[in-house]
Design a protein around this ligand. Structure first.
Ligand code: NAD
Length: 401
């Protein structure tokens, strides 16, 4: 099922039937079997998927998810979101994604490196030709991108690398930086004042969640709850960021922080807060959760954290949702700068990276809010209308439709 509501958007976007047919399915899908003999007792096997949703606007861009729950369908869904995210941001990438169906946590560093090298071997044509450009997603990080770089030794092959290995200063925190900026603008637009003093709950304490919380705390918001896959912490008076921030993204261990009580992931989603930022897995806010949700504003740090049914319920209840394609685009914007620098040899410092993210997102925010105002659309529908129009026009430019 498409992430786009083509029936509704047809009223706002000139959408030829052939464009819709192309966008309702993937442009290209690859499935391969990774298999690795570690020693006499250990064989590692994993299915891997690469999906190109649409490359009319540029090469397929999207992270590598390494989780046991990865499927072809979930990879398709994430690739499609990338098409509209890059289009809305106005960066010349198409939508892609890859998934390796294995629990990365069950592998030691050597095994993970060997598996990623096998991934590079299987996909050498795609990667070498720059048709698919990976980056980190759940279960992968900058050090994994350094492994991919090491197979090709061309910096533009992969983004999200460590800064010392052709990476971009500020890329690691780019998605969280963008989510926090969007929270600020959304807070002003929908809650009537800037972030200062607003209570925020963040689900997920990995790359996106940790950095979002860090920037929000720095901007004066009160982080009252955070969680990872093992559970969460809650303090209505605000969690002390000095202590919480010392926990590393992805390492868990939230239960060890003093001065806060434990909270389940479901209870975190139902807290009475100003802003809720789901920044973990997809499909966390279904119709039932949406019916009971008490936050005044939802900003999607994760990809697809709200189901279509949950979305309809939140809209009916008048709770605005700032969609993933807008809110978490900071990462792909920074990736574009990293990719461009890889090709040109330019370098960019952290402050410039932050500025590019802020400037690009602000432009997207303005275009989406204009659409919201003009047609009375919910932010998700408005964002999809703006980005879909660009993709359709690009397909016309390419002579595809
Ligand atoms: P990550 O692997 O660094 O962290 C994921 C976090 O979510 C961890 O804290 C994990 O414990 C937690 N988690 C996993 N399943 C959970 C569950 N069911 N309930 C609660 N917590 C759970 O991943 P990340 O890179 O931070 O990605 C998080 C989300 O943001 C994903 O949806 C990803 O697609 C999206 N995203 C990431 C980037 C990026 O640059 N990394 C960019 C855009 C969007």
């Amino acid at each position: 099922m498409s992430v786009i509501d083509f029936d509704t958007l047809g009223a706002y976007v000139d959408l030829p039937a052939h464009a819709r047919r192309l966008l309702e399915r993937s442009e290209k899908e690859i499935q391969c079997s990774l298999s690795l003999r570690i020693d006499a007792d250990r064989l590692i096997e994993a299915t891997c998927y690469v999906v190109y949703h649409n490359s009319a606007r540029g090469p397929a861009k999207g992270g590598i998810r390494m989780m046991p729950t990865v499927t072809l369908d979930s990879t398709r869904d994430l690739a499609e979101r990338m098409t509209y995210k890059a289009s809305l941001a106005g960066i010349p990438f198409g939508g892609g994604k890859s998934g390796i169906r294995i629990d990365g946590g069950s592998l030691n560093r050597f095994e993970k490196t060997a598996l990623l090298r096998e991934f590079c071997h299987m996909l050498s044509l795609e990667l070498n030709h720059g048709m698919y450009i990976p980056a980190p997603d759940m279960g992968t990080d900058a050090s994994d991108m350094a492994v991919i770089y090491g197979r090709f030794e061309r910096p533009e092959v992969v983004t999200g690398k460590p800064p010392r290995v052709g990476g971009l200063p500020g890329r690691n925190e780019a998605t969280g930086k963008g989510v926090a900026s969007v929270c600020d603008w959304a807070s002003l637009r929908y809650l009537g004042s800037t972030l200062k003093g607003h209570s925020v709950a963040v689900q997920g304490f990995g790359n996106v969640g940790w950095w979002t919380a860090a920037f929000l705390a720095g901007q004066g918001a009160k982080i009252v709850a955070v969680s990872d896959v093992t559970g969460g912490l809650y303090d209505p008076a605000g969690l002390a960021w000095d202590e919480l921030g010392r926990l590393c993204p992805g390492e868990g261990g939230l239960a060890s922080v003093a001065g806060a009580r434990a909270i389940s992931n479901t209870d975190l989603l139902l807290l009475d807060v100003d802003i809720l930022v789901p920044a973990a897995a997809g499909n966390q806010i279904d119709e039932t959760v949406a019916e009971a949700l008490r936050a005044r504003l939802v900003v999607e740090g994760a990809n697809g954290p709200v189901t279509p049914e949950g979305d309809r319920m939140l809209e009916a209840r008048g709770i605005p949702v700032i969609p993933d394609v807008l809110a978490n685009a900071g990462g792909v914007i920074a990736s574009y700068v990293e990719w461009r620098n890889g090709k040109s040899g330019s370098i960019t410092d952290k402050e410039d990276t932050y500025q590019v993210i802020e400037r690009t997102l602000k432009k997207s925010w303005g275009r989406v809010m204009e659409m919201v105002k003009r047609h009375g659309l919910a932010p998700r529908m408005a964002a999809h209308a703006v980005s879909l129009r660009e993709v359709v026009e690009a397909m016309k430019d390419r002579g595809w439709i």
